[in-house]
Every structure is written in C-alpha cells, then in structure tokens.
Design a protein around this ligand. Structure first.
Ligand code: 0PR
Length: 381
C-alpha cells in the first residue's frame, strides 16, 4: 500500500506539473506564500479538526477564541469579538452583513433594502463588490487621490440616510495604499455610521511600518476589521479573520444549527465546517513564534520591496504611489511590457492591472529571487 500511495503521489504531482510554486521564488503576483515547515507540521498534526462544531471540537473552539483575543489585543482592542473564516472575502461579507443587519434593526426604515448603500473607495477589492451583491446593497464608489487613497471629503459628501457603512482599505490589493482611516473614523462618528476596515493584506504589515498610520480599533469609529493570517502572517490557507469592536455588533447575523450534538449551536459566519488546523496553526504563529518573529519577517519584506523598487526604477519602471507596503504597482517601459508572455512562459507570475504591473513582495521572497527576476528583465535590454 505504501508503495502504491508513493506511486499515486508521483502521479498526482505529474497531474499538477503545470502549477507554479511559491517555493520557486518566481511568484510576484500573489498575496499568498508557503508556510514555514514548523507551521506545516502543526497544521498536519491537527488536520482532522473542524472548527465548525464547538460541541465536538471544544478545544479548537477555545483556540479560535484565543486567536480572536490575541488579534484584538494586536489591533488595539482586547475585548474585540469575531471569528476565523475562510479568508478575506468571507470576512468582508460577514462584516458588511453584520453592518447591514445592525442598521436594519433600526425600526421603520423608509427605503427598500436595495436602496441602501455602502460607501467604498473605487479601488476596493472584488469581495466588497461581492458583499454588496449578496447583501443586495448599492455600491457607492468614491475616487482616490494620486496616492490611491480614498478622498475622505467625498466620502463625507456621499453619506445619506441610506448609508449603511463606510469601507476603508488598509493595504490595497493593487497599489498597497492605505486609506486615511483616521479621517474616515471621524466622519463615521460624526455621522453615526459603521466603519468597516479591510486590512486583509495590511493588517499584519502596517503595524511594522516606520511611522504606521492608525487604522484599527484604536480609532473609535472602526466597528469591524478584516485581517488575513493566510497573507502576511504566513498561516496556511484557509484563514481570514473578521473582528468586531464588540461581539454584540454581530448578534444580528446569528443563525443556529439546532441539530448539533450539544448546546453550542450558534454560528456567525457563512461557512459551517471550517479548518481547525489553519486556526491552530495561526494560534501557533501568534502565540509561539510571536510578534517579534512577525516583525522580522515584515522588516525583510519591506527591505526587499525597497530593493525591488530601486532595481525596477533602474530599468525604467515608474513605480506609483507611496509604495509603503510590500506591494508595488509600476508602469513598465515599452521594451519590457512586450515581454510579458515570455516571462509568463518562463514561470514568472507578475500581476497585471491595465497597463500596470503589480509586484507583491511576500515575506518568503528572498533577495536572490529579486536578483534573478531583474536579470531576466535585463535580458535583451
Ligand atoms: N481584501 C483585500 C484588500 C485583498 O487584497 C483580498 C485578496 C481580499 C480582501 C480577499 O481575500 P481572500 O482572497 O482571502 O478571500 N487579495 C488577493 C487578490 O485578489 C487574493 C489572492 C491571493 C489572489 C493570491 C490571487 C492569489 O494568487 O489579489
């Protein structure tokens, strides 16, 4: 049997041959990476855990709560409540679902559901548009400035009695920009509005910038925040987190699974069955590898981002925005732009958004990977 499974694994590998691998160091177009070996070990050890049922996996449920508590403290609110979910997309939907239902609890709403609005930067992630679609809300998109940060003044102008929530992005998918969450928080407070922060990518990066802007629960207006351990924190996929200033903010999305084997039937997420192993691996990282480990990891990612930026600029790329986080959006020079297909065929994966190339410098990217990329870009230069 053992030989048989070895054989089958080789066969599966051959079936997967056309996949790229994060281990190759050639993937610059993705916010995911490979987890450290010790994290893989923890993940594999606890592979059977289903964090979707706290009656069967009571210990796993406690660890999920510990993860939320640790993250609450990390994001300046030790009493935050929330859940681990499948990723940033689900976390955004859950956050905005809670915001909508919280709003709908106000009696005698004069409009139809589909007339209510969420005000978002035009550069929002697709999952915010999915949330609006699923929740039957109108997406009101606000332009961004030259640094790809939302124009807060326009956000305020757009607020009306139909506004359910404002969304701010702390770590933009394409530009790495960080909206002025401090301004958005004041606007939200002044207008009695829910502020949802999408820090899926930036949550574990922004705190390690030299002069980090405020973006989390330290700002009173922030009611919900998304941060994805399966991005910069290096957790195995799937793990995103949705945090609420207070767990009570999510009480209007509670559904029950009454046929469960014990008393814990409450659910505040979209998915039911979910990977306990990923949550336990996240707990391992936060509690045992620790914040200093994360700090070092992000320091290296930022240094490599600065290095890549310099090398790209030497080649004639125009890097846009403040380029603070480990994502670079850059206009390639014509001679390089033409070589995209060739790069793709050689296994390089670089994001593309209109005429921009997008480089995500995940913490697992090493200096030699950048050097190799640059030398390929320099070929026939
Ligand atoms: N919010 C922001 C700001 C994001 O950048 C992303 C994902 C999400 C929410 C949604 O997160 P999940 O993908 O966990 O649901 N950003 C990446 C992107 O769209 C996701 C990704 C990762 C896509 C790796 C491709 C890939 O290879 O680029």
């Amino acid at each position: 049997m053992r030989e048989k499974i070895d054989e089958i694994i080789e066969f599966l590998k051959s079936e997967l041959a056309e996949d790229c691998s994060y281990y190759s160091g050639k993937v610059f177009g993705s916010m995911s990476s490979y987890p450290d070996d010790d994290v893989v070990r923890v993940f594999a050890e606890f592979i059977e855990k289903n964090a979707g049922d706290a009656n069967i996996f009571a210990g796993t449920a406690k660890i999920e709560n510990k993860v939320i508590n640790l993250l609450g403290t990390f994001f300046n609110n030790p009493t935050a409540g929330g859940n681990c979910v499948s990723g940033g997309s689900e976390a955004n939907v859950v956050g905005l679902w809670a915001a909508r239902n919280f709003f709908k609890e106000k009696k005698n709403l004069p409009f139809l559901n589909e007339e209510y609005e969420i005000i978002v930067p035009e550069t929002r992630h697709t999952s915010i548009a999915k949330a609006a679609d699923l929740l039957n809300l109108k997406l009101v998109e606000v332009p961004v400035n030259n640094d790809f940060e939302v124009e807060a003044k326009i956000v305020e102008e757009k607020i009306s009695e139909k506004t359910i929530a404002i969304v701010g992005i702390a770590g933009n998918t394409v530009y790495g920009s960080i909206d002025n969450i401090e301004d958005l928080s004041i606007i939200a407070l002044n207008n009695n509005c829910w502020l949802h922060v999408d820090a899926a990518f930036g949550g574990f990066a922004i705190p390690f910038l030299k002069n980090p802007p405020k973006f989390d629960f330290i700002l009173e207006g922030v009611k919900s925040l998304v941060a994805d351990p399966h991005k910069n924190l290096g957790s195995p996929i799937p793990n995103g987190c949705i945090l609420f200033r207070d767990l009570d903010y999510s009480k209007h999305i509670i559904h029950h699974l009454p046929y469960f084997s014990g008393k814990k039937t409450e659910n505040r997420t979209i998915i039911g069955t979910k990977s306990g192993a990923a949550i336990i691996a996240t707990y391992y990282i936060l509690n045992f590898k620790g914040i200093d480990w994360l700090k070092k990891r992000m320091k290296s990612a930022f240094e490599n981002k600065d290095y890549l930026k310099q090398r790209l600029e030497e080649l004639g790329f125009e890097v846009l925005g403040k380029a603070q986080l480990n994502v670079l959006a850059a206009k390639p020079p014509d001679n390089i732009r033409k070589r995209r297909n060739e790069l793709f065929k050689k296994g390089w994966r670089i994001g593309k958004y209109g005429d921009l190339w997008r480089f995500v410098v995940m913490p697992t990217i090493r200096r030699e990977n950048i050097n190799e990329l640059i030398s390929v870009l320099e070929e026939n230069f």
